[in-house]
Structures are given as C-alpha cells and as structure tokens.
Design a protein around this ligand. Structure first.
Ligand SMILES: [Zn+2]
Length: 116
C-alpha cells in the first residue's frame, strides 16, 4: 500500500513538474514576443528621433558634410543590426540577409550630389 502510494506520488510530482515546465516555456515565449516588440518599438522611436533631428538640422543655416551625417550614421548602424530604417517598414526586423532598397536610400540616398 505504501509502495503504491509512493509511486502515485512520484507520478503526481512528475505531472506537476511537467506542467511547471510547460508554464515556463509559455512564459518564455510570451517574454520573447514582448522583447521583440520592445526592440522594434525602440528602433521605431530611434528612427523617428533621427528624422526629427534631420528636420531640425535642415532648418539650420549651414550643413557641411563630407561623409554620412551623424543621424544617417545612426540609421546605418540600426540597419546593420537588422532593422528597417526606411519610412515604409521602419522599426521592423529585416529577415536574415535581407536587404532593403528603401533603407539604403534612407541611409545613402540624395544627401549630397556625389554619386557612390
Ligand atoms: Zn527598409
């Protein structure tokens, strides 16, 4: 009797631990979704911020840039980290090895008359 009790106890514990693991995995999946959302939101805000800075800069009298301006440099870094920086998809993740002409245009496009 006590042995039977023991093994049913083990079974119960196993079922309990299994359930806990499932809960844990569920939690982790939810967290991952939230992390992705937060990262995307963060990039979205960074890009918006850069756009605003550019607008401010454009309203200032002089600009003398031989290379990419600071804001475009930031966009380039975000893009290299795998996020869209174009207005079409901004803040969304790029698929691995995906390139986006809109993004490239946002980073390198018509800043100066010089061609690449
Ligand atoms: Zn893009």
């Amino acid at each position: 009797m006590s042995e039977q009790h023991n093994s049913s106890n083990i079974y119960e514990r196993f079922a309990q631990v299994t359930k806990q693991m499932k809960d844990l995995v569920d939690n982790m999946e939810q967290l991952q979704v939230q992390i992705t959302e937060i990262l995307e939101k963060n990039v979205e805000l960074s890009i918006e911020n850069e756009h605003l800075r550019q607008v401010i800069k454009q309203n200032q009298p002089r600009h003398s840039d031989d290379q990419l301006s600071g804001s475009r440099q930031n966009l380039k870094e975000l893009y290299q980290q795998g996020f869209h920086v174009c207005s079409e998809y901004y803040g969304k993740r790029l698929a691995p090895n995906e390139s986006c002409t809109f993004c490239l245009d946002a980073i390198f496009g018509h800043e100066q008359g010089v061609t690449k």
